[in-house]
Design a protein around this ligand. Sequence first.
Ligand SMILES: Cc1cc2nc3c(=O)[nH]c(=O)nc-3n(C[C@H](O)[C@H](O)[C@H](O)COP(=O)(O)O)c2cc1C
Length: 177
Amino acid sequence: MAKTVVLGVTGSIAAFRAAELASALRKERIDCRVVMSRWARQFVGELTFTTLTGKPVITDDNLGDLADRPEHLALGDEADLFLVAPATANAIGKMAHGIADDIVSTTYLSVTCPVLVAPAMNVRMWEHAVVRENIALLRKRGVKVIEPDEGILACGDYGKGRLAATETILAAVRELL
Ligand SMILES: Cc1cc2nc3c(=O)[nH]c(=O)nc-3n(C[C@H](O)[C@H](O)[C@H](O)COP(=O)(O)O)c2cc1C
């Protein structure tokens, strides 16, 4: 039976790269269910993911058929892996502290499968003490973190913060599945 990856997309400039990831998962015959934060939708449209995955995208404005099981719980039932890519500093902070105020953070609390996080942010954010602590907290709880790459960032700064290469994320997905 095909495995299911629930892909949480949050509001980083790297959100467009989640489309490549979704497409690559489908090519590997892995079912991909996308949940997007409101900020993620500022960067890339739901239609992109609906088309690439062949499945409806779940957002806070499209919570699926609520007459049935609430979507975050249904996704929790289905997921073999919860992957957040790109993961913003905000999303990481919410996951670390159990804040569930949107579909991505609520889904995190609803899954029992392995969780993989691929952060993307400015180097100063990545090196901020609170982000370091939040990453350490997630790791302590068994969340696997794919370190961002170092290089020229979207804002023009240089440092660590670029979303890891798609192939690196896919290798981690394969390993956890
Ligand atoms: C142009 C732009 C680019 C951004 N890129 C990032 C980013 O790469 N990483 C990050 O952590 N936050 C980034 N932010 C800030 C987040 O979008 C903001 O913290 C937002 O509240 C995140 O919400 P979410 O985690 O619910 O998606 C960016 C904001 C803007 C306006």
